[in-house]
Design a binder for this molecule. Structure first.
Ligand code: AMP
Length: 148
């Protein structure tokens, strides 16, 4: 549209693109032909999971609507499984677009964060979780999603 600011192009070297190509390790909890979900390595609460489309979308502004709809379905699965596994009282879902919107990694991703009554979120990117804890949480989540 005339007058619109052009959005930056998708960068295939962003860290999540590398994870999607299998070039970097991750704590995978779910995968199908169109989406991948893995644990955030700096969780704001135990079980903090990211859900991504496999298509090369920078964020909500450029993703194909069908890919976005599929991501939403996976977000629901992850939220349901995380509620069981982590005994959550609620779930926070967040998604950031462009730097001004709080986005740091420029491949579309949705945060799914299990919440407990009265427990505040840790600040973003404040602390790397222990690899053993992430591995254990990923296995439990994988099993719970498969059982849905
Ligand atoms: P944002 O783009 O603002 O949604 O933030 C990116 C998120 O990705 C943060 O919550 C980081 O903790 C998380 N993150 C960054 N690198 C990795 C990685 N290699 N594996 C999993 N999560 C990551």
């Amino acid at each position: 549209m005339k007058g619109d600011k052009p959005m930056a192009a998708y960068d295939p070297n962003n860290i999540f693109a590398k994870i999607l190509r299998g070039e970097l390790p991750t704590y995978k909890v779910y995968e199908d032909d169109k989406a991948l979900a893995f644990l955030d390595i700096m969780p704001r609460a135990p079980g903090h999971t990211l859900v991504l489309p496999k298509s090369a979308a920078r964020n909500l502004l450029d993703v194909a609507p069908d890919d976005l709809a599929h991501v939403a379905k996976v977000v629901q699965k992850v939220a349901q499984a995380a509620t069981k596994i982590f005994g959550a009282d609620g779930v926070t879902v967040q998604q950031f677009n462009e730097k001004a919107g709080g986005q740091v990694v420029f491949h579309l991703h949705v945060h799914v964060i299990p919440r407990k009554d009265g427990v505040a979120l840790k600040p973003p990117a404040s602390e790397k979780a222990a690899p053993e804890a992430l591995a254990e949480h990923a296995e439990k989540m994988k099993a719970a999603i498969a059982a849905l």
